[in-house]
Design a protein around this ligand. Structure first.
Ligand code: 13P
Length: 257
């Protein structure tokens, strides 16, 4: 039985000190809580990864995992400002978010770049968390399914999966991110089915079953989380704002138990 995925994307919100503080509080709050159903992944800013790694190496009863918010697609070299997969592994990162809509919009991240990032991550045995999702305008034009399928297929072009390699696809309708108003769970599930269909174009059913999980992101909180993960086609969540508050975070994890 696969575990539910809970990814906390802390975006550009916490300093190193704040990250450590939040992680320590989460560790304490979840200490006595038997968490065997959920894979909890914390994605702080790059600057905080090393300290988070130190905190979790010392004590980690809740088995919190570390993720990054981006990676560069080359192994190493003259790429000013970038971070490599090897650098992320060094600080115990196991997961990396790629293609987040905020990067697509603000930094011009394209499907081709996302594809290259997915490949370098898999080569380095890291798990890509590939974000896909339509904007409000695209949805209004009836393009949701087309966009979601295109982004999924493009991100995974020529990707080979074997052994224990894993990919998480996160469906995030861009227009509900940070609004406090998620889409209806059945609406999200429709997109998850579209993603599954797009994957089926390129991967056989057994590969799909073994190597992929599809999660939902966009204004998830302790009130709606269960409605999403209770759906058959939704394997977990990617949470922004609500994951920055200890109480809310813990409430959400308890809902998944
Ligand atoms: P919110 O949960 O704040 O809507 O953010 C979602 C998100 O973008 C996670 O990657």
């Amino acid at each position: 039985m696969k575990k539910n995925i809970f990814v906390a994307n802390w975006k550009m919100n916490l300093t190193v000190a704040e990250t450590k503080n939040l992680a320590e509080k989460l560790g304490q709050s979840l200490r006595s809580f038997k968490n065997d159903k959920t894979e909890i992944i914390l994605c702080p800013a790059f600057t905080a990864l090393d300290d988070l790694c130190t905190v979790l190496r010392k004590e980690n009863p809740a088995d919190l995992k570390i993720g990054a918010q981006d990676v560069f697609w080359e192994e190493k070299g003259a790429f000013t400002g970038e971070i490599s997969a090897k650098m992320l592994k060094e600080v115990d990162c196991r997961y990396v978010i790629v293609g987040h809509s905020e990067r697509r919009k603000n930094l011009g991240e394209t499907d081709e770049m996302v594809n290259k990032k997915v490949k370098i991550l898999l080569e380095n045995d890291l798990v890509p968390i590939v974000c896909v999702g339509e904007t409000f305008l695209e949805r209004q034009k009836g393009l949701r399914d087309v966009i979601v399928a295109r982004q999924t297929e493009a991100a995974l072009r020529d990707v080979k999966l074997f052994g224990n390699k894993k990919i998480i696809i996160a469906y995030e309708p861009v227009w509900v991110i940070g609004t406090g108003q998620a889409v209806e769970p059945e609406d999200a599930e429709h997109s998850h089915r579209m993603i599954r269909e797009a994957l089926m174009e390129n991967f056989p059913a057994d590969v799909l079953e073994k190597h992929f999980q599809i999660i939902y992101g966009g204004s998830v909180d302790s009130k709606n989380i269960k409605d999403f993960v209770d759906r058959e086609n939704i394997d977990g969540v990617l949470v922004g704002g609500a994951s920055l508050k200890v109480e809310e975070f813990v409430k959400m994890i308890k809902q998944l138990a």
